[in-house]
Ligand binder design. Sequence first.
Ligand code: NAD
Length: 450
Amino acid sequence: MKLNEPPSDPSSPAPSSTSRVPVPAPSSRAAFKEYDFFKVIQDYLDRAADVISLEPFVRTILSQPKNELIINFPVKMDDGEVRVFKGYRVQHNNLLGPFKGGMRFHPSVTLDDVKALATMMTWKSALMRLPYGGAKGGIKFDPHSVSRAELQRITRRFTHALGDNIGPEYDIPAPDVGTNAQTMAWMMDTYSNMVGTTRKQGVKGVVTGKPVASGGTLGRAKATGQGVVYCIVEWAKETGFNLEGATMSVQGFGNVGSHLGVILSRLGVSTIAVGDHTGYMINPEGFNAHKLQDYVAAKGSIAGYPNGKPITREEFFSTKADIFAPCALENQIGEAEAKNLDVRIIAEGANGPTTPAGERILLERGIDVLPDVLANSGGVTVSYYEWVQNKRSESWSEEEVDARLERAMTRAYREVSDFARSHKLDRRTAAYALALQRIETVYKEREIFP
Ligand code: NAD
């Protein structure tokens, strides 16, 4: 399925009374003609706002991002040609602290998608009780299609063009799809060369997810996957499910998906099906997650990995497993996929992988969903630990980072579960409601300037 492809069957069945988790009603904003990620996220906001009777002025403010920046910038390519790239930074809200969110390098990046992702960052920060708001950015291009030298020039030129629109106390980027620790090292280095000699050493915190030697933190690379694991472990405890011997399918074997596979393998969970932008494959005996992670790191994708049998996308989404972990892009589990998935739980490593219509079907079928704003918030949480270490010139051990993350994820998981149970809600609406309540409290205290 292509990105932004319309859901396969826009008329969804009525919620059934047999579902274990309450099924949210179809959107009041009407069926979306084509997949409009930002509208989907706005609709989640409306739904949760209704549940908690959110102050109307807070809903109005949070319905739109504060700032939307589009920058067209030129870069000289290796062959001497000059190409103009389109970069985005959307800053949704900074009530609770500086804007915070990833930078995505992908050909499908659009302003509306970046708005949706920036908005979700505001909920994640609030849900995790971090002193951050929400932002997201990116450049519309395929990072696999340029040389390393070109990638570096594109990254540095975009950082320069962003100028004062980012900063360690203002807006702090991090890795996302198509970017990694190396990208962050280039961004930090560029920014630190723009602020003047005397301030240079104090601005390491302008980005998080840096390489450890350049001011990053231990535990950040795996943090998002690790956080998903802590949620799955809590879910297993809550539902009496034994993870030892369980099976998983993972879509996307990049940063989030590969660390999730590796960490869960230590708990006895086999990854039996994987897929990425190049295709899908199965191995009923279980992939060696470590080896596959090394392979992808060396080759850039799972294509050509010898120990799996190629399958179609449809076969991948019909593979029987206990856990399905979408760790690639948004809009992947529509109605057709939701009807075919033969699993007990969806753990959303990716942002926005499940469409609203897809989610209704999953919940009707009794398949649990651990929503993105909860499940993948380990990344921003450990980014916060990195930022604090940069401010204090400290280096925490990996054990300390992991222990803090485990406490934070476990607390958030239980808060969402308790709220969902007590208010008879699905987990996504519960997570949004909790985040909104925290933001509303501060808006009510501070009110509106002037
Ligand atoms: P990544 O670039 O490391 O990996 C992305 C993966 O998705 C790759 O395996 C890629 O092949 C695959 N992919 C890309 N296009 C695809 C397509 N059309 N079909 C199937 N697979 C496709 O990115 P990542 O950092 O692992 O991010 C993955 C998801 O997790 C994104 O939704 C991102 O927003 C979310 N996320 C990432 C972090 C983080 O810390 N990196 C934190 C929170 C959420």
